[in-house]
Design a protein around this ligand. Structure first.
Ligand SMILES: NC(=O)c1ccc[n+]([C@@H]2O[C@H](COP(=O)([O-])OP(=O)(O)OC[C@H]3O[C@@H](n4cnc5c(N)ncnc54)[C@H](OP(=O)(O)O)[C@@H]3O)[C@@H](O)[C@H]2O)c1
Length: 328
């Protein structure tokens, strides 16, 4: 198959390209003039690259339309994932508007490709009563990011019928090349580990790529939403596992909202003034205070997909990568 990937220079996209090539697929990728392609490594030489922007204000080039016309599937892993001072406007312009334009371009082709969209569990919102979140739960996102991811899903599904749309809702994804994992591991190395029973249900990036591929090819995936994680995982388990794998003793530190809220307000203000993305803001604190158990029964039953990576094995691999890359 020929598969077109957006977000190929990102954390998930770079792993996805590697996986697609390993499975013998031909890959075309949308890259911006400014994209840092270092995560793609040797894969870059083996793919067709198309210069362009998801921003709907930029005109879609003939090259982009021609490349979309030649592919069987588009995996849309590109989008705005971090907050900047342009926050709300940019999140919606790229995640909703960029998806709307991409879906429309695909729908207008003689032979429209299937469109697989990377969504987020943030679009659903947390589980307040402890039940594992399913695809049929009503959506009540807590953050602006979550709202933009919900709008992204709707923008894609508006074209369902003219093309096949699949949405994969993901939790926090981790693995080699993940900057958030490195930050967390560094905190544990400084002898502080997160604690608590609240569920985070991360997805390893390899399980994520498996699920995206299943959604790209499985006949029953068309028109569906799937929740994907690597299985149940409590925050306290993450902290303990990292401390053991890193070989450090770490003090469990519960981080109550009362501490995080003022810190996040300062971080948000600094981000606003500097224009740089912030890793902690009020939205993030709201999300961090909740539990996010996720049911992956639908993806297992309908697609035959199964997560393969335990947190122990996934974290060990990510630590090995971070050490080899000089990040830990
Ligand atoms: N990582 C997670 O924990 C997580 C969790 C849930 C869902 N997701 C979803 O999974 C997808 C991939 O996430 P990620 O972690 O790989 O994100 P990432 O590392 O931040 O990568 C984002 C990608 O999107 C591209 N992009 C951003 N704005 C663009 C634009 N205007 N035009 C063209 N390309 C643009 C970036 O290209 P440049 O190199 O040019 O900036 C980059 O390749 C996203 O949809 C995200 O919302 C991720």
């Amino acid at each position: 198959m020929r598969i077109f990937v957006t977000g190929a220079s990102g954390f998930v996209g770079s792993h996805l390209v590697e996986r697609l090539l390993a499975q013998g697929h031909a890959v075309s990728a949308l890259l911006r003039k400014t994209s840092d392609t270092s995560l793609l490594g040797a894969s870059l030489q083996q793919i067709q690259t198309v210069e362009g922007d998801l921003d709907p204000r930029a005109e879609a080039s003939q090259e982009l339309v021609a490349a979309l016309g030649k592919c069987d599937v588009v995996i849309h892993a590109g989008g705005t994932t971090r907050k900047t001072k342009k926050t709300r406007e940019e999140l919606f312009r790229i995640n909703e508007g960029g998806t709307e334009r991409l879906a429309k371009l695909c729908a207008g082709l003689d032979k429209p490709p299937r469109l697989v969209v990377t969504g987020s569990i943030a679009a659903v919102g947390p589980s307040r009563d402890g039940h594992a979140l399913t695809e049929s739960d009503p959506c009540a996102p807590l953050s602006v990011y979550g709202q933009s991811k919900l709008a992204k899903e709707k923008a894609a599904f508006a074209h369902q019928g003219k093309l096949e749309v699949v949405v994969v809702r993901l939790p926090g994804i981790y693995g080699p090349r993940d900057v958030n994992f490195v930050q967390l591991a560094r905190t544990v190395q400084r002898h502080i580990r997160p604690v608590g029973a609240r569920r985070v249900d991360f997805a390893h990036v390899h399980d994520t790529c498996d699920a995206l591929l299943a959604c790209a090819t499985h006949p029953k995936a068309a028109g569906q939403i799937f929740h994907v994680t690597s299985g149940p995982l409590a925050l306290g388990e993450v902290g303990k596992t990292l401390a053991r794998l890193l070989g450090v003793s770490a003090v469990p530190l519960p981080l109550p909202g009362a501490v995080l809220k003022p810190v996040s307000l300062v971080a948000e203000a600094i981000g606003y003034v500097s224009g740089k993305p912030t890793s902690l803001d009020l939205d993030k604190v709201r999300e961090m205070s909740e539990s996010w158990p996720v049911s992956i029964a639908k993806a297992k039953d309908l697609l035959g997909w199964e997560p393969r990576v335990t947190y122990e094995a996934g974290a060990r691999g990510a630590i090995e990568w971070a050490r080899a890359a000089g990040k830990l």
